[in-house]
Design a protein around this ligand. Sequence first.
Ligand code: NDP
Ligand code: GDP
Length: 375
Amino acid sequence: MLLGLKLVKRALVTGITGQDGPYLARLLLDKGYKVYGTYRRTSTPNFWRLQQLGLIRKVTLIPADLGDMASLLEAVTVTNPHEIYNLAAQSFVGSSFDQPLLTTEIDGSGATRFLEIIRHLNTDIKFYQASTSELYGAVRKTPQDENTPFMPNSPYAAAKLYSFHMTRVYRKAYGIFASNGILFNHESPLRGLEFVTRKISNSVAKIKLGLQKEPLHLGNLETRRDWGYAPEYVQAMWMMMKKKQPDDFVIATGETHSVGEFAEEAFAVAGLNWKEHVQADRRLLRPLDVSHLCGNPAKAEQELGWKPRVTFKKIVDIMVKADVERWQKYLQGEIFPWDAPSYSSEIDILSRTVSREGKPPVPGIAKLLRHLGKG
Ligand code: NDP
Ligand code: GDP
């Protein structure tokens, strides 16, 4: 009787409005999953990434907050998932110094809430926890792998260390399929504007198009990161859930570059010399930073068959070109899903450009400013 009936897998993705959520949702949909995604109630909807990838009608959105156990219980009960991908987090290290307790509540206790729900409701649900290379903090060894000791250097990393261990503890104590992906920094045109890579690509685009005259202010230009490409990294998440046994995996490229190198490369993509446009600004230094990250993805390659393919240069190229294209479209008066218009700094640049010159620099900008309520 059941012949010919295919079981449709159900996945619940928290943080579906962030960078990784839509890429993961797209991958899971391609694999035939029914995808549910949690979003937070906000005064202004925040679905631009899902819209940009054309996914807004393909996923089922469920309101939930990682700080609210009742909403998580409701989300799991209603969706009855086979797999939960816990991507939601206060993910910006800089903000974790300003909001350490909130960060602990969401990034630390959030995972435990899900693990408790799984323990009580259905121990067959598989759980993926978005762990991070920030756990290594004051690095003890390079490159970092699954056996390198953790020494968090921020409230964000300390909170994520707790959720990393709780994921491992629930796996061992209750036999729950719970895995940690220790992902190194991964970037894309969907990255938030507060992160250094997108801050740079966005500024390069504005400088190139004559919308930004002042230099780009950056903090520490010497810190090094192992930057990979986000759409590839979500594949590794899914591969971990396909394993027979739960485990923890480092996902990285094995290559490291400084913030200065990223800026140099990004300005070069636009034919500009970064030295003429970047200014180091001590006010942007963090109280404590992570100076050097470089991951060793050998275990993922051997056991998952996962390998990074998109190079550092290619990532920078993709990001800069995407931001140049967005600003060009915007200047031509096109309205499309995008984050920059909701940042006050970005709108100010457009307004200043207009007032300094007395008239809009290009015809489309008048329409744009009317749209923003500035015209
Ligand atoms: P983003 O910051 O882009 O997305 C975070 C998501 O979490 C957003 O959807 C956000 O919602 C949601 N969120 C924030 N607070 C809450 C809350 N209280 N309740 C419910 N949802 C909440 O992160 P990424 O997509 O880049 O990263 C995904 C995960 O991977 C995160 O956990 C991050 O810490 C981790 N990680 C990321 C790395 C990276 O380089 N990108 C590296 C290693 C780990 P909203 O849109 O409403 O703000
Ligand atoms: P993180 O690795 O998760 O903290 O990712 P970020 O992109 O926020 O920061 C990467 C590195 O860039 C950190 O060492 C920051 O201190 C450094 N950095 C230097 N200037 C800036 C800046 O203007 N903004 C951000 N976000 N980071 C900066």
